[in-house]
Design a protein. Structure first.
Length: 95
């Protein structure tokens, strides 16, 4: 939980401990990785809807790891509304 909202993955160690099985953890981890790695904004939106993810945080770590994949959130306001931006961190809400 973060601010009263469930997180899809969050801290990896805690996510592994709270997952019902290794397979369940790996499925979520793969989807979150695909969410950031994909350059296709429609694919990212599909993953977010399938996992009931309303918000995504993009900071320096995500930008360094995923490059263009992370930039899709900022360049597609039709799908992702930026609801917060400060100190190099942006939070986007799935429309």
């Amino acid at each position: 939980m973060f601010g009263g909202r469930a997180m899809a993955l969050g801290n990896l160690k805690m996510a592994r401990l709270s997952s019902p099985s290794t397979e369940a953890f790996e499925a979520v981890a793969t989807d979150v990785e695909d969410l950031f790695r994909s350059r296709d904004p429609a694919d990212a939106a599909r993953i977010m809807r399938a996992r009931s993810i309303d918000f995504v945080l993009v900071g320096a770590r995500e930008k360094a790891a995923y490059g263009a994949g992370a930039s899709k959130f900022d360049t597609h306001p039709d799908l992702f509304e930026r609801v917060y931006a400060a100190l190099g961190i942006s939070i986007y809400r799935l429309r």
